[in-house]
Design a protein around this ligand. Structure first.
Ligand SMILES: [Zn+2]
Length: 232
């Protein structure tokens, strides 16, 4: 059983039996529902592209005010759609309320891809199926090791891209130092705060994906300590 310091997060498509099985086998795990599946079910129920977009926005936002406002927009457009979503615990799908660590992974796309790779192997006898799965997994990791060896940057390609975009985003902010480790970061619409010591950001991007956001980059830009203040 995982300890409190290492709690597993499960992302599932809510297939019959999975919810109960996770509760029984991994009672401490955080269980997230795949938004791709939820959004597809939602769309097949209400057939409204705008509603589906609003649903994704409610799922992705890390700000409670945006979540509430989006839910109100859904309600105003279709009360039944709002009831449908409200019947699903928001802690299981909305990023703002999710208590585990899922690093912005809100679909089961990765496992679906691997599932597709093994599709034909399902017909094999059990020993061959296990061997085929072992071989495919080994091949999967080997290809990625070769790919990773080509990187010449300190972080992964995705992390580097995120930081580049955060730097660009930071240009629209004005940062003020409000204490040794506290910064206020303002934009036209909203004011955010950054605590470099506690590594907390009121936009919650850092807490969610553990990479600096545009607010952090704006704060870093006005410090001289840079890496010593922000443990980046
Ligand atoms: Zn931020």
């Amino acid at each position: 059983m995982p300890s409190e310091s290492y709690v597993i997060t499960i992302c599932s498509d809510r297939q019959k039996g999975l919810m109960q099985a996770v509760l029984e086998v991994l009672p401490q795990a955080h269980h997230s529902y795949s938004m791709r599946h939820l959004a597809a079910n939602f769309y097949s129920e209400f057939k409204d592209v705008l509603l589906k977009r609003l649903f994704w926005r409610a799922a992705r936002t890390l700000r409670e005010s945006v979540f509430k406002d989006t839910m109100e927009q859904i309600k105003a457009r279709n009360e039944n759609a709002h009831k449908w979503i409200s019947a699903i615990p928001k802690e299981s799908w909305a990023s703002f309320y999710f208590t585990g660590d899922r690093f912005d992974v809100i679909t089961t796309n990765r496992s679906e891809c691997f599932n597709a790779v093994l599709k034909n192997a399902r017909k094999l006898p059990i020993a061959s199926l296990v061997e085929h799965t072992r071989w495919k997994t080994s091949d999967f990791f080997q290809k990625r090791r070769v790919y990773g060896d080509e990187w010449r940057t300190q972080l992964t390609n995705n992390a580097e891209k995120h930081i580049r975009l955060a730097k660009e985003e930071s240009l629209q902010y004005v940062a003020y130092r409000a204490g040794l480790h506290i910064f206020e970061v303002r934009s036209v619409q909203i004011q955010d705060s950054v605590n470099s010591h506690l590594q907390t950001f009121s936009c919650r991007v850092f807490q969610t994906i553990e990479l600096p956001c545009g607010h952090a980059m704006a704060a870093i830009a006005i410090t001289k300590e840079k890496k010593s203040v922000f443990l980046l």
